[in-house]
Design a protein around this ligand. Sequence first.
Ligand code: ATP
Ligand code: MG
Length: 600
Amino acid sequence: MENDQTITKDSSRLRLLSNLADYKREFESFNIEKFRSEVEWFDETHINAAYNAVDRHVKAGKGDKVAMYWEGDENKTEKYTFNDLYKLTNKFANVLKELGVKKGDRVFIFLPRIPALFVSFLGVLKTGAVAGTMFSAFGPQAIADRLKDSGARFLVTDSELAERVYQVKKDLPALEKVIIVDRSPKEDFEIDYKQKMEGAGEEFDIEKTSKDDLAFMLYTSGTTGKPKGVVHAHNTIIQQHMTAKWALDLHDEDIYWCTADPGWVTGIAYEILGSWSNAATEVIFAGRFDAGKWYEIIQKYKVSVWYTAPTAIRMLKAAGDDLIKKYDLSSLRYLASVGEPLNPEAVLWSNEIFGLPFHDNWWQTEGGGILIANYPTMPIKPGSMGKPIPGVHADIVDDNGNPVKIKEEGNLVLKPGWPAMMRMIWNNESKYKSYFTPPAVEEKWKETEDKSLLLDPKTAPWYYSGDKAFKDEDGYFWFIGRSDDVIKTAGERVGPFEVESALIEHPGVVEAGVIGKPDELRGEIIKAFVVLEPGVEKTDQLKEELGQFVKKHLAGHAYPREVEFVDKLPKTRSGKIMRRLLKAKELGQPIGDTSTLEEY
Ligand code: ATP
Ligand code: MG
């Protein structure tokens, strides 16, 4: 939804000189060598992402800088310098080597957000093995799907989570050793993390991986279907580094807090690799969402750059502005958001209450790093995802791959070959190729299973993101919806995001999830599931009022003909509204894979 409330920023609020002083110039004069020269290479073609995140800072004399302020439950805190990380990750790499880990082996990490997670992730990369992460809330089936498909040989976990793994261990013949971080072994295949770490050497001969060697993999959140194993190479670090610098504006003096979990790609790219490659001092908070606690973290650690998600921002807003006044949040200087469309309302709210707008950015697991973003020095059009990162070519095309006009809806596509582009979908080459094949052709492929229809990624003109968007006359990109979520009503196409955004502008509404519901007359009608502010009465009159509200604020045809009040929306653990689940329930259809669903 476009609106005219463009936010032009006062650069003094940034307090530091922006890393991307002139977006246009940087975009137009982009040169891949610039990306490459910001990180350290062993030679022309060899690079290790973990070396860039940790070792190079120690070698450059920055070892005493704090890398991580960690806070767990009950105010338990720990502090790690880059020197500490260097030694610990070397130790863990030595432990793995002793256990027989080879280059290319999959080593999975199934841990809550504790320091051992970060140490083991980087330790795995140092050996040349492939690190896989799983969110700690996953249940036995989700675990089995991932460990089985990836053929993981080793798993790092804790005593509590191990119990869930053991329920499905018989289905995991490839799994040889389970490294337990918090107790002594009880089974012959278990390894004692603490004991092994104590005995391991602090120096390690890091694997000089090629830029194309695989580094990490993760299964996408499954908002639209069965999770798939997206695999990235060491080269991905280049883009993660540059985007952390440009789109998150990380500076040496910043205290940076990313609220994501490394079970999702944001936690890997901007809590481990890209952020530490910039030698950022990070806060890592292992607890759950709580508005007061979050503000307390910002105040206590003097967080200056904060990267979070729309669902959290909506919850903070719902917690009320009085709460904010109890904390000193003056350390904040730059705010960014990712993962879901960021409603204009949320941007305007933060601009008013923190004096700083949230900078939305768009990317996806397959993309490896931020692809489209709002930058510190560029005016924000609330509701827009911003413009492509220098070095990334994005466009909007129709289902056959032809460009569409300005402001016309189409498929959001990228030119293949940006540094952080995924290298494969594990065990699923046709799925990988389908990303590069126009939707019209993919449809045909699905019907015929004729694999020759799928394009070769090396020669394909576009990578299809699976999202619908449009581009405006100033080159800003606007998200419409996931291709599967777009609603076709009475001959018009409506993106659920704009209806949801209009709804939450109503003072009584906290969140909304919008779907298309089959209708004989109109093809589909718009149905909205709405979460109200506490104390607001759920009346038929309010349903009517919300419909009228959208009609007035958005468009006559885009208003929800049906409104249902709910206490909660189904979301993935990473905070995305699962519209496919709302729809399946509404239609009484099977709800499909729910391994990433938050308790609901
Ligand atoms: P799956 O592909 O398995 O259904 P997923 O797409 O939810 O899972 P991710 O890769 O974590 O898994 O999410 C990327 C998607 O999230 C994007 O393709 C887009 O639909 C949505 N998204 C991310 N950031 C934004 C944003 N800033 N604005 C709008 N949508 C966003
Ligand atoms: Mg996706």
